[in-house]
Design a protein. Structure first.
Length: 424
């Protein structure tokens, strides 16, 4: 047995992988190391990580500035309980996030990942009304939404075969269609009717791009209209920027494309550049003011053992250093332009449709005999096709997308584009 096979066998004996069927999936590839855009397997392959390892890796793997910040912090203060205590890395991170987030954001609440960031957002919104003695139980979400895999996050996500076993346990949610130029009147009417009940506490959405349901893009103008109407009806608007945050859409946050800023913003994924897990839920003064009461029962009783872990915060601070450098912002523009040119090229082919891009996100739908969805069988051919070419792309059904680290070179991007063109 080769050393790689030994690792695979040991893995199979001890580990249960996420989102992975147990009997039909190929054995996982052991990765020895990673640098910049590349993953290196234990048997010597160099793979282009064209999806930034589930959308987290902003600046390439093993970035020395972030790695050093983690090592330094680990030797100074590795962790301390975050109730009754605080520390500089968390304070610095909160201040820096508030400087770059939409300017209505006022406080930062830390948690561990994207799902917890959205759970916290919903709990903040529900308790906001509870603290004010107002009865509002409903929440509006968008069809096709994905906000994570915990129960609250699943509840506001699209009902799908993936959450079918849990559906009896999910709370009721009012879903509206993703607004388009064609359906906008119907969607707006439905939205207004829901607001008029005065029972809606919150409206949650992935701004401009719904990631997991197939990089479905929609207009900032239509979202702005929904937010404006919701806020006029005192409904709390929650932007889940777990995927869109930190430059993905061309601006630092997708909410910055809007005129009406959300009341709560959820962040994770790119926040540490892919080094360590962290969730952030930012909110406005209006939200936190409902908690600023002497009554103990108005406290936000939510927290996690590793809340604001100093090493994680140091990684996030170092990640911001790199992100806000001129070079990185220029890389985001460069990738945006490359994607746009490639999108124009792709539009000439009849084997693909719905070619789209926003910032560093590029996506298209492969035309197949099945409808576009996560369970479209095209994925089972596409994923190995790219991997055989040493490119990591993980199509969402028949939706092919590229979401690279910002350091990807034009040559590597070209290699990814060529592999896609060869399919057409
Ligand atoms: C928009 C959005 N929200 C929440 C999540 C959940 O994040 P996590 O996987 O870190 O729990 C994801 C993950 O893909 C996401 O795309």
């Amino acid at each position: 047995m080769t050393p790689t096979e030994q690792l695979q066998q040991a893995d199979a004996q001890a580990i249960w992988h996420p989102f992975t069927p147990l009997t039909t999936s190929p054995v996982p590839l052991p990765i020895q190391s990673a640098k910049g855009t590349y993953l290196y397997t234990t048997d010597g392959r160099q793979i282009i990580d064209a999806i930034a390892s589930w959308w987290v890796n902003l600046h390439g793997h093993s970035h020395p500035h972030i790695a050093n910040a983690i090592a330094t912090q680990a030797q100074r203060l590795e962790h301390v309980i975050f109730a009754g205590f605080t520390h500089e890395p968390a304070i610095q991170l909160a201040q820096r996030l508030l400087q770059i987030l939409p300017n209505n954001q006022n406080k930062i609440f830390f948690s561990d990942n994207g799902s917890t960031a959205t759970e916290v957002a919903m709990k903040m919104a529900f308790q906001y009304f509870h603290n004010k003695g107002i009865r509002r139980k409903k929440i509006i979400a968008l069809e096709g939404a994905y906000h994570g895999d915990t129960f609250g996050a699943m509840s506001v996500g699209e009902r799908s075969p993936f959450n079918a076993p849990f559906q009896p346990y999910l709370f009721d949610v009012e879903f509206i269609a993703l607004p388009t130029e064609e359906n906008k009147e119907i969607v707006l009417k439905q939205f207004e009717d829901l607001l008029a009940t005065q029972e809606v506490a919150a409206f949650i959405f992935e701004p401009l791009v719904q990631g997991a349901s197939g990089m479905r893009m929609y207009s900032a103008k239509l979202l702005d209209t929904l937010i404006q109407k919701a806020q006029a009806a005192e409904v709390i608007c929650i932007a889940d920027e777990v995927m869109t945050g930190f430059g993905r859409t061309g601006k630092l946050f997708a909410s910055l494309y809007l005129e009406h800023y959300p009341d709560i913003i959820c962040l994770s994924k790119g926040i540490t550049g892919g080094f360590l897990p962290l969730g952030v839920t930012a909110c406005t003064e209006k939200i936190i003011s409902a908690y600023r009461e002497d009554d103990l029962m108005k406290t936000f009783f939510h927290g996690h053992s590793y809340t604001a872990n100093p090493i994680v915060c140091a990684a996030a601070n170092a990640n911001l250093d790199v992100l806000l450098e001129k070079n990185c912002l220029a890389d985001i523009q460069r990738i945006t332009q490359q994607h746009q040119a490639f999108a124009e090229l792709c539009k000439q082919y009849t084997t693909v449709e719905n070619v789209r891009c926003l910032g560093t996100i590029f996506a298209l739908d492969m035309v197949t005999s099945q409808e576009t969805s996560y369970i479209n069988e095209a994925r089972s051919k596409l994923y190995p096709y790219f991997l055989a070419k040493n490119i990591l792309l993980r199509p969402l059904g028949n939706v092919l997308y590229i979401l690279p680290p910002y350091c990807i070179s034009n040559e590597d991007l070209e290699q990814v584009y060529q592999a896609i063109l060869e399919l057409m």
